[in-house]
Design a protein around this ligand. Structure first.
Ligand SMILES: [Zn+2]
Length: 77
Protein backbone atom coordinates (compact mmCIF):
# COMPACT_ATOMS: atom_id res chain seq x y z
CA UNK A 1 0.00 0.00 0.00
CA UNK A 2 1.17 3.52 -0.73
CA UNK A 3 -0.21 4.99 2.45
CA UNK A 4 3.01 5.22 4.58
CA UNK A 5 4.89 6.84 1.72
CA UNK A 6 1.99 9.13 1.05
CA UNK A 7 1.87 10.48 4.59
CA UNK A 8 5.61 10.54 5.37
CA UNK A 9 6.69 12.28 2.20
CA UNK A 10 7.82 15.84 2.78
CA UNK A 11 7.35 19.04 0.83
CA UNK A 12 11.06 18.80 -0.10
CA UNK A 13 10.49 15.28 -1.50
CA UNK A 14 7.48 16.41 -3.47
CA UNK A 15 9.32 19.38 -4.94
CA UNK A 16 12.34 17.20 -5.76
CA UNK A 17 10.05 15.10 -7.92
CA UNK A 18 8.37 17.99 -9.66
CA UNK A 19 5.24 18.45 -7.59
CA UNK A 20 4.42 22.04 -6.69
CA UNK A 21 0.92 21.47 -5.40
CA UNK A 22 -1.30 18.98 -3.63
CA UNK A 23 -4.82 18.03 -4.49
CA UNK A 24 -7.24 17.99 -1.59
CA UNK A 25 -10.70 16.55 -1.24
CA UNK A 26 -13.22 17.01 1.54
CA UNK A 27 -14.58 13.88 3.22
CA UNK A 28 -17.92 15.54 3.91
CA UNK A 29 -18.95 17.52 0.83
CA UNK A 30 -16.57 16.06 -1.78
CA UNK A 31 -15.21 19.48 -2.69
CA UNK A 32 -11.97 19.02 -4.63
CA UNK A 33 -9.28 21.63 -4.97
CA UNK A 34 -5.57 22.19 -5.44
CA UNK A 35 -3.28 23.97 -3.04
CA UNK A 36 0.27 25.12 -3.85
CA UNK A 37 3.02 23.93 -1.51
CA UNK A 38 5.74 26.47 -2.28
CA UNK A 39 5.00 28.50 0.86
CA UNK A 40 5.38 25.52 3.19
CA UNK A 41 8.61 24.62 5.02
CA UNK A 42 10.47 21.84 3.12
CA UNK A 43 10.36 19.46 6.10
CA UNK A 44 6.57 19.58 6.31
CA UNK A 45 5.17 16.08 5.83
CA UNK A 46 2.11 15.33 3.77
CA UNK A 47 0.37 14.20 6.95
CA UNK A 48 1.04 17.65 8.41
CA UNK A 49 -0.20 19.37 5.25
CA UNK A 50 -3.35 17.29 5.53
CA UNK A 51 -3.76 18.29 9.18
CA UNK A 52 -3.49 21.97 8.23
CA UNK A 53 -6.08 21.77 5.47
CA UNK A 54 -9.67 22.77 5.91
CA UNK A 55 -12.56 22.73 3.49
CA UNK A 56 -13.56 26.25 2.48
CA UNK A 57 -17.08 25.20 1.59
CA UNK A 58 -18.26 23.29 4.67
CA UNK A 59 -15.47 24.00 7.19
CA UNK A 60 -14.68 20.33 7.62
CA UNK A 61 -11.07 19.66 8.66
CA UNK A 62 -11.10 16.01 7.60
CA UNK A 63 -9.49 16.44 4.23
CA UNK A 64 -7.67 13.89 2.12
CA UNK A 65 -4.52 15.23 0.46
CA UNK A 66 -2.34 13.73 -2.26
CA UNK A 67 0.61 15.23 -4.16
CA UNK A 68 0.04 16.39 -7.72
CA UNK A 69 2.72 14.64 -9.79
CA UNK A 70 3.22 16.37 -13.15
CA UNK A 71 4.84 13.25 -14.64
CA UNK A 72 2.99 10.54 -12.78
CA UNK A 73 3.71 9.11 -9.37
CA UNK A 74 7.48 8.60 -8.94
CA UNK A 75 7.06 5.33 -7.01
CA UNK A 76 9.53 6.05 -4.24
CA UNK A 77 10.04 3.86 -1.20
ZN1 LIG B 1 -16.37 20.26 2.57
Amino acid sequence: MAEPFETLITVADMRAHGADAVSASCWRCNRFWRSPIFALPPETTLAKVQALMKCHDCGNDRVHVTPVWPNGEPGLQ
